[in-house]
Design a protein around this ligand. Structure first.
Ligand code: PGA
Length: 246
């Protein structure tokens, strides 16, 4: 982990938690973050965003949305716009989380357009990339994650647009089988080098999170990797003790 890049520990709650649980998790995150030197963010389900925003107010914990639409507004039943997330108090939004790509069928084009909407609304997109186990077995990891990166970065409007990248191998998400630190190091190196091809300064500063079965026992090994600048945590973020420990 680079000393110049403040690590970001992000908890993605996915479609979990009652309103009461969301409040409990948010309060625990506020307490845990109070003494931490890293940045912390939580990603509640959309219905709880406003409630959680109130709990996080004045705290060191930032709020994020789990996805935003590729259009600014209109007849898109069930979708949530980037501007709505921003107005609810979000700083971040996940773009192209593996479940959005593989369960909901979001394409590179859709993810790119949602990233553009995020920027337009003043949000910091967290562009998620990652290969399936079949793609890894076929030796296509680098090709796939760089294609996903390029498709998202094509929508940056300029050098000052914010961006966070999350490398989340699909096979590691929710499986209990995290990537090895060496596998993360290799992928993060490819991603940072690709960013450097177009913007050396951004490559130095961009935070690249690792995600996929991160827990209190293995997070330290990932954060030791020079190109790993934090973690995107799913399952373990639903346990306030575990999230607090990380
Ligand atoms: P996991 O999920 O930590 O449960 O593997 C990570 C994610 O989907 O962001």
């Amino acid at each position: 982990m680079s000393t110049e890049r403040t690590p970001l520990i992000a908890g993605n709650w996915k479609m979990n938690g009652s309103r009461a649980e969301a409040c409990t998790w948010a309060e625990a995150a506020v307490q845990a973050a109070a003494g931490a030197s890293n940045d912390v963010a939580v990603f509640p389900s959309h219905p709880w965003l406003a409630k959680v925003a109130g709990i996080l107010a004045e705290s060191r914990v930032d709020l994020g949305g789990q996805a935003c639409a590729a259009e600014p507004k209109g007849a898109f039943t069930g979708a949530v716009s980037a501007a709505m997330l921003a107005e609810t108090g979000c700083r971040f939004v996940l773009c192209g989380h593996s479940e959005r790509r593989h369960v909901f069928g979001e394409t590179d084009e859709y993810v790119g357009a949602s990233l553009a909407q995020a920027l337009e609304a003043g949000l910091e997109p967290i562009l998620c990339v990652g290969e399936t186990s079949e793609e890894r077995a076929a030796g296509r990891t680098q090709e796939v994650i760089l294609r996903q990166l390029d498709a998202g970065m094509a929508h940056l409007r300029g050098a000052s647009d914010p961006l966070v990248i999350a490398y989340e191998p699909v096979w590691a998400i929710g499986s209990g089988q995290a990537a090895s630190p060496a596998e993360a190091a290799e992928a993060h190196g490819w991603l940072r080098a690709r960013v450097a091809e177009t913007d050396a300064e951004r490559a130095e500063g961009v935070r690249i999170l690792y995600g996929g079965s991160v827990n209190p026992d293995n997070i330290g090994r990932f954060l030791e990797v020079p190109d790993v600048d934090g973690a995107l945590i799913g399952g373990a973020a639903l346990d306030p003790n575990k999230f607090g420990a990380m």
